[in-house]
Ligand binder design. Structure first.
Ligand SMILES: [Zn+2]
Length: 102
């Protein structure tokens, strides 16, 4: 389901229902029910150095408990989210993967 209704995405989740379709649009990664809170995994967006990490309280079974600025480098997340990373991170993943990224 794709909704054109303006929505706010502020909550991180290890089992998010939206990712990035471009650098400005969120797209549903699965069907989203009317009224369901929109969530995104910050690994799809964030790339930062430093020691700042964030605790996650999404309560999903696959929660990784802490969110860091280099989570996008995790192969399990790259396999899970594929094209839903920001375009900038997709380019970085391709660089560290030898130039290819599905
Ligand atoms: Zn979590």
């Amino acid at each position: 389901m794709v909704s054109r209704q303006p929505s706010r995405v502020e909550q991180h989740s290890r089992e998010p229902n939206v990712g990035l379709g471009s650098n400005i649009d969120y797209v549903a990664m699965r069907d989203v029910s009317a009224g369901e809170e929109l969530t995104v995994d910050y690994a799809l967006l964030d790339d930062y150095d430093g020691h700042e990490i964030m605790a996650c309280h999404c309560n999903s079974a696959s929660c990784r408990r802490v969110i860091g600025g280099h989570d996008w480098r995790r192969r399990d997340l790259q396999r899970k989210y594929k094209v839903y990373f920001s375009w900038c991170l997709q380019r970085r993943i391709a660089e560290i993967s030898g130039g290819t990224y599905e």
